[in-house]
Write a protein that binds this ligand. Structure first.
Ligand code: GLU
Length: 308
């Protein structure tokens, strides 16, 4: 029998809002090992579409840390900040198909809107049938109508979403002229031929929106696996905002070991002082996605991970 599935292409897509911390390292390790142990490519994309929150210095620092950790990626690093034309072309296609509408609402005007499960506000539909007289367009939104989207996540199981309740008509082009993450990620994954997305479960609620957007644009839907998100003692996701410590590029072994443990791989204790090279040799032989703990949140190991 001929296997017609396209060859595995995975990716890691950090946002350069700060240095690489343990939470992002977990996503890098999981996506890398899943791709490599399935004989696949692993691509790197710097998600700097939200320019005001990102910096070139943070992007350079992330790349340096990934190299120090012994990651190797295929092809050129893609940067969202250089892909505006591709996002604009996708929006034009959606305009042509009548899938989007321009929106004049300000943040203040939307302050009383219903709140989606992920804390974002659900658009009340004010401009859906056209702009009121005298109002001018600030943003572009995707019409979700009564769409539903679902997928079988390789770690978290079945996820189903009613987009009108879980997201509402979401923004594709922001009032500040920047394209939204949801559009950028869908266009980027499709252009890179990504077949498998392995990333943090903080994005689980975004996936239905992305699948719907793929359908609107006639793009293929990759397979998804959402890794548990590392949280601190207060139950907060490790991030720049929660002051997660950067991975130490001069001594990345302990963080890599901790990431493998966090992902349920049970590296042998004698490897706890090992170099990245030794850890990768062990990990590429022993990686099993089915050992990754289910559940979207897991406590991060070691008190040293959080800056006090
Ligand atoms: N840029 C996102 C982050 O750093 C990841 C997006 C994705 O993997 O789709 O959290």
């Amino acid at each position: 029998m001929i296997d017609s599935a396209p060859p595995y292409r995975g990716r890691f897509a950090p946002s350069p809002t700060g240095p690489l911390h343990f939470g992002s390292l977990v996503a890098a390790v999981g996506s890398f090992l899943e791709a490599r142990t399935r004989g696949g490519a692993w691509l790197l994309r710097i998600e700097d579409v939200d320019a005001p929150r990102c910096s070139a210095a943070a992007a350079a620092d992330i790349l340096r840390t990934l190299e120090a950790c012994g990651f190797s990626w295929d092809g050129e690093v893609v940067r969202q900040s250089r892909r505006t034309e591709a996002y604009a072309a996708a929006l034009e296609r959606l305009k042509f198909g009548g899938r989007v509408f321009s929106c004049a609402c300000t943040r203040k005007e939307l302050a009383d809107s219903a709140i989606a499960p992920d804390g974002a506000s659900i658009y009340p539909g004010t401009c859906r049938q056209g702009l009121a007289a005298g109002r001018s367009a600030r943003a572009w939104r995707l019409r979700v109508g009564d769409a539903r989207a679902g997928f079988d996540d390789a770690i978290q199981g079945r996820v189903d979403s009613d987009l009108s309740l879980d997201a509402g008509d979401f923004i594709l082009l922001r009032a500040d002229g920047l394209f939204a993450y949801q559009l950028a990620v869908v266009v980027d994954d499709a252009d890179a031929g990504i077949t498998h997305v392995v990333r943090g479960a903080d994005l689980l609620t975004s996936t239905a929106r992305q699948i719907f957007l793929q359908q609107c644009l006639g793009l293929p839907t990759p397979c998804y696996a959402h890794l548990p998100v590392a949280v601190n003692a207060a139950g907060e996701k490790l991030s720049k905002q929660t002051r997660a410590a950067a991975v130490d590029a001069s001594q990345p072994g302990p963080a890599l070991f901790a990431a493998l443990e966090f992902l349920g791989q049970q590296p042998p204790p004698e490897l706890s002082g090992a170099s990245p090279g030794e850890l990768w040799t062990w990990a590429t032989r022993h990686w099993r996605l089915e050992r990754v703990p289910r559940g979207p949140l897991c406590p991060a190991p070691g008190s040293g991970i959080i800056v006090p």
